[in-house]
Ligand binder design. Sequence first.
Ligand SMILES: C[S@@+](CC[C@H](N)C(=O)[O-])C[C@H]1O[C@@H](n2cnc3c(N)ncnc32)[C@H](O)[C@@H]1O
Length: 278
Amino acid sequence: MLTVYYNLLTIRTIPRIKAAEPKLGVECAAAMSSVEEYYESLLARHYTWMRGDFDSRVRENRALFEESGVSPRKSGKALDLGCGSGFQSVALAQMGFEVVGVDSSAALLRELRSRAKNLPIHPVSGDMREARLYAEHGPFEVAVCMGDTITHLRSREEVAAVIRAVYESLEKGGHFFLQFRDLTHELEGVDRAIPVRSDDDRIMATFLEYEAEHVNVHDMIFVREPSGWAMHKSAYKKVRLGAKDTLGLMEKAGFGILDHSEREGFSTIIGVKTGSRE
Ligand SMILES: C[S@@+](CC[C@H](N)C(=O)[O-])C[C@H]1O[C@@H](n2cnc3c(N)ncnc32)[C@H](O)[C@@H]1O
């Protein structure tokens, strides 16, 4: 990983910076990182903060699962793909599921372990494209891949393969919650620069660069340090998924669609394994 430090620039345009003419230290990863490098070099240590309050996110997810009629009735096993720090894993475990939380970020799995306390959550370090994960830990009564994890895959073909693997790993009647940002709508010009979150000590913004099949996501995080503001930055690719297309992939894999909703920029699809393909 290439890491460069320098202290030449001055922040003038970022809102909520109180110090006058602070020094700006810049730490940047190589031009475009793999997803794993990107989380380890930048986002993992800011991820939970970026998404707001942990307990509120857990409550929201729990409400979604409960309103969808999900509860442990058969094996009681749940799979959380790209579990991160545990917004869905903790909600499912609180509902009585035994949760297998899979993630490729060592830092986020450590955070999940510390948040899991005595809940039945098994953090697994792995890649959701690995077939052995599903065979080793399944079958599952419920599977989730939420918070835009699925767009971290490299192509629509990989997305289709993961959806098929989830279908195969579910018990008959099992549910799959797939949530992602629909990236088919293209922002233009300066609208591609998006404020993400800020408080007195941290400011995060993103710049999106569109390609035919992907979006290059350039993240910048400014952190207040004793010597001034330090800028950390990194970039990675997301695959451009559309809700209509993804519903098609779910149906093709064999899922019946229970619900599809759009909220706060996220598309959430709930599929059920009806068993009609068996
Ligand atoms: C946007 S976060 C979502 C985390 C959480 N589900 C949420 O709702 O906030 C994406 C997560 O997926 C993980 N991830 C990305 N690609 C992965 C892969 N191929 N296999 C396993 N985990 C992956 C990242 O490390 C990160 O924790």
